[in-house]
Design a protein around this ligand. Structure first.
Ligand code: NAD
Length: 497
C-alpha cells in the first residue's frame, strides 16, 4: 500500500465567492462535508439562501457591461492564465477530488484533465465566436451574422463530477462575454472551491465569475431570478426535468438540462473478449458506477452458449478482482460510493433484483477493503444474470457498481431494448463488424455512442450529448453547442448609398 498524503488536513469552513471576494453566507447554515473513505469530516459548506444568490447575480450583472466590451482575445488570455494555474495545481486539485468524492486518484486525474480541456477549448473563443457573412445578397447589399453575449448565466452542478461539470459551461459563457454564477453540489463543494482560488489568482475582474454554495433554495432562486438569462443543469432526471427545465423555461430562460441515464453496452459474438472486458470494468465500475456514462445493462447478443458462458465467466472473474479502497492509494481500482445514503440506495436495488428473480452471480455486499477504513460507503461490484427488460433494476438508474446481464438473440432485439428505454444518454457496441457498428450508430436513440469504447465521453470540442429523459433543451454543453447557447445571433443587412 502506498503512503497516503491528504491535501485537506483540517476541517475547513467554506465561503462563497462573490464580486472577487470570499464572503460568508448570509444564511449562516452549514452542512458537513464527509470523506466517504475515512468518514472524517473535511469541511463545512454554507447552505446559502436566495439573498446570497441575489448578491452574486447583482455582482455578475454589474460586471457584465465592461466584461462584454473586453476584447475576445483579452478574455481568452484570462483562461490561458487559468489553464497554467490548473496545470501547476493539477495534482492537488485531483487529490481534493478524491477526498470529497471517493473516486480513485486516476479517475480524479482524468476528471481534472477533462475540465482543463474545456478551459483550453474556450481559450479559442476569438475563432469559435466568429459569425459569417455574404456579400451581395442583393445588388450592393451585404448581410452578416454576429454573436453577442446575453448577460448573467448560472450552472447548477451534480455531486459526481464536481470539478469538471461546471467547466462544460462556465469557460464558454465567460469567454463569449457573459458573466457567471456557479452553484456546486453541497455534497462535493471542495474542488470548485479550489478552482475558484485559482480563478481568483488568475485575476478575472470582480463579479465576472461567482460561486454560491447551497442546495434547493439557491437552485430555485437561480431559475426564478429575473436577471439570469440562462441555466445549465446537470443532475438527476426528476430534478432536471420537473423542476429546472419546467421552472426556468417558465421564467423565460434558456435551459440545458443534462440528466440521468441507464446505459446499455452490447457485446456481439465477434467481439474480442480480452479487449472488451477491461472496457466493461471501467464502464460499469469506474467512479464506483456513479457516472452518467456508466454501463448499467450488459447485453450479450447471439445464441452461442459457449461464447456467452465464457464471456460471463471472465467478466465475473475480472469484477471480483477489482481492488477496493481509499482512492488516494494508487493501487486501488474502485473507491467507496460518495455517501452512505447512496450506498443504501444501491443496496435497495440489489435486494430488488433478487426479489424480481434475477440471479446474483456476484454479490457486491461482501467485499474486502485494502487498508483499514470504515465500510459505511464501500460496496463491491455486483453482477445480475437473467435480467429482463421489465425488471425495475433494468429500467431505473441505480448509480452504483451493479451490472445487469441481459441476453438477446440478435442485434435488432438489442437495439429495440435500448430504444424502449426512457433514457438516451449513452450506448456502446463491442464488435469486429463495421456493418453491425454502423447499424447501431444509425438506429440507436442515444446521444453518445461508443464503438468498442465503454465510456463514450465527448471531448471538449464536441457537445456532451444526450436524448430522451437524459436531456432537456436543444443545445448541449461543451464546444460549438456551448458557444451557441451562450450567445445571441444578430443578423445585419447593409446598404451604403
Ligand atoms: P441531483 O439532481 O440530486 O442534484 C443536482 C443539483 O440539483 C445539485 O446542485 C442540487 O443541489 C440541486 N437540486 C437537488 N434537488 C433539487 C430540487 N428539488 N430543486 C432544485 N435543485 C435541486 O443530482 P446528483 O445526485 O447530484 O447527480 C447525479 C445525477 O446526475 C445522476 O442522475 C447522473 O446520471 C446525472 N448526471 C448526468 C450527466 C449528464 O451529462 N447527463 C452528467 C453527470 C451526472
Amino acid at each position: 500500500m502506498s503512503i497516503i498524503e491528504e491535501p485537506i488536513k483540517k476541517v475547513q469552513m467554506l465561503k462563497n465567492y462573490v464580486n472577487g471576494e470570499w464572503i460568508e453566507s448570509e444564511a449562516n447554515v452549514f452542512r458537513d462535508v464527509v470523506n466517504p473513505a475515512t468518514m472524517k469530516t473535511i469541511g463545512k459548506v454554507p447552505i446559502s439562501n436566495s439573498g446570497d444568490l441575489d448578491e452574486a447575480v447583482k455582482a455578475a450583472r454589474e460586471a457584465f457591461p465592461e466584461w462584454r466590451r473586453t476584447t475576445p482575445l483579452t478574455r481568452a488570455r484570462y483562461f490561458l492564465r487559468l489553464k497554467e494555474l490548473l496545470e501547476e495545481n493539477f495534482e492537488e486539485v485531483s487529490r481534493v477530488g478524491v477526498m470529497e468524492h471517493g473516486k480513485t486518484i486516476d479517475e480524479s486525474r482524468g476528471e481534472t484533465r477533462r475540465g482543463i480541456e474545456n478551459v483550453e477549448c474556450a481559450a479559442g473563443i476569438p475563432s469559435l465566436m466568429m459569425g459569417y457573412n455574404l456579400e451581395d445578397i442583393a445588388r450592393g447589399i451585404d448581410e452578416y451574422l454576429i454573436r453577442q453575449p446575453l448577460g448573467v448565466f448560472a450552472c447548477i452542478a451534480p455531486f459526481n463530477f464536481p470539478f469538471m461539470v461546471p467547466l462544460w459551461y462556465m469557460p464558454y459563457a465567460v469567454a463569449t462575454g457573459n458573466t457567471y454564477v456557479v452553484k456546486p453540489s453541497p455534497w462535493t463543494p471542495f474542488s470548485q472551491h479550489k478552482l475558484f482560488e485559482l480563478i481568483d489568482e488568475a485575476g478575472f475582474p470582480p463579479g465576472v465569475i461567482n460561486m454560491v454554495h447551497g442546495d434547493v433554495e439557491v437552485a430555485n432562486a437561480i431559475i426564478e431570478h429575473p436577471d439570469v438569462k440562462g441555466v445549465s443543469f446537470v443532475g438527476s432526471t426528476p430534478v432536471g426535468r420537473d423542476i429546472i427545465y419546467k421552472g426556468a423555461t417558465a421564467h423565460g430562460k434558456r435551459v440545458q438540462a443534462q440528466c440521468g441515464a441507464k446505459n446499455f453496452l452490447v457485446v456481439m459474438p465477434d467481439a474480442s473478449v480480452d479487449r472488451t472486458i477491461p472496457s466493461l470494468m471501467t464502464s460499469f465500475y469506474g467512479n464506483t458506477g456513479q457516472r452518467c456514462l456508466s454501463g448499467a445493462n450488459l447485453v450479450i447478443v447471439g445464441e452461442d452458449d459457449a461464447f456467452y458462458n465464457r464471456f460471463l465467466k471472465k467478466t465475473v472473474e475480472a469484477a471480483a478482482n477489482i481492488r477496493i479502497g481509499y482512492g488516494l492509494d494508487e493501487s486501488v481500482q474502485m473507491g467507496p460510493l460518495q455517501a452512505e445514503v447512496r450506498k443504501t440506495r444501491v443496496l435497495g436495488y440489489i435486494e430488488k433484483g433478487v426479489e424480481e428473480g434475477a440471479k446474483l452471480l456476484l454479490d457486491g455486499r461482501s467485499f474486502k477493503i485494502v487498508g483499514n477504513y470504515p465500510d459505511n460507503c464501500f460496496l463491491g461490484p455486483s453482477i445480475f444474470q437473467d435480467v429482463t427488460e421489465d425488471m425495475v433494476i433494468a429500467k431505473e438508474e441505480i448509480f452504483g457498481p451493479v451490472m445487469n446481464v441481459i441476453r438477446t438473440k440478435n442485434l435488432d432485439d438489442a437495439i429495440k431494448l435500448i430504444n424502449n428505454s426512457a433514457y438516451g444518454n449513452e450506448a456502446a457496441i463491442f464488435t469486429d463488424s463495421g456493418r453491425a457498428a454502423r447499424k447501431f450508430q444509425y438506429e440507436v436513440t442515444c446521444g453518445n455512442i461508443g464503438i468498442n469504447i465503454g465510456v463514450a465521453a465527448p471531448m471538449a470540442f464536441f457537445p456532451f450529448s444526450g436524448m430522451k429523459d437524459s436531456f432537456f433543451g436543444d443545445l448541449h454543453g461543451q464546444g460549438r453547442d456551448a458557444v451557441n447557447f451562450f450567445t445571441e445571433q444578430k443578423v445585419v443587412i447593409v446598404r451604403w448609398f
